[in-house]
Design a protein around this ligand. Structure first.
Ligand code: GLN
Length: 192
């Protein structure tokens, strides 16, 4: 099993470190030719969704990745990656892949609470650490999207079939349970 990590901007190295700690092999997607590598799942890291969205289009990777996600390839978006997958962002007219039935609020915690740490329950895992950095949250889920975690009364993780998103950054904590959860999703998809 190989996990591709979008490596055009943002916190991709931290995801690679988490994958390495779990013994999972990974490859980086930096340019269109990298799409010809064999990979079974994709991580969209945190960073700046506007920059990542622009680069994905400029590098000619956008259409093929969107098609593969829509076709069922497991994908895990953290923070900016959540915004790339969201059907809409209620306080920003920009939208990207739009493959997931969630409405997001961008930079949702204001300046004071731009970055913070919390612990909360994640469905099927239990209590985990959550690091938020100028994070979005999910205002609502629809269709077959399901809430996996809330923090302070706000939805901060969700799943819709092959798509997993967290508003927080599991790659910035030592806890590997969310990455393990994603690897299980890839394993299941391979068996289906
Ligand atoms: N504020 C960023 C955005 O809007 C997301 C922040 C992050 O990924 N840590 O894209």
């Amino acid at each position: 099993m190989t996990v591709a990590v979008l490596a055009v901007q943002g916190a991709f190295a931290e995801h690679e470190r988490a994958l390495a700690r779990l013994g999972a092999s990974f490859c980086e997607l930096r340019r269109k030719s990298d799409l010809s590598r064999a990979f079974d799942g994709l991580i969209l890291p945190g960073g700046e969704s506007t920059v990542q969205g622009k680069l994905l289009r400029e590098l000619g990777m956008f259409g093929e990745l969107k098609a593969r996600i829509a076709d069922g390839m497991p994908v895990f978006g953290t923070c900016a990656g959540l915004l790339l997958l969201a059907k809409e962002t209620v306080n920003d007219s920009r939208a990207y892949f739009r493959t997931m039935d969630i409405s997001a609020v961008r930079n949702a915690y204001g300046r004071q609470l731009g970055s913070f740490f919390a612990e909360s329950d994640f469905k099927g895992i239990g209590k985990i650490p959550m690091t938020f950095i100028r994070a979005p949250y999910i205002q609502s889920v629809s269709g077959s999207a399901q809430v996996l975690a809330e923090c302070g009364g706000r939805i901060v993780a969700a799943r819709q079939k092959n798509q997993l998103v967290t508003a927080f950054h599991p790659e910035l904590n030592e806890d590997l349970s969310v990455h393990r959860y994603f690897l299980d999703m890839i394993g299941q998809a391979a068996r289906e």
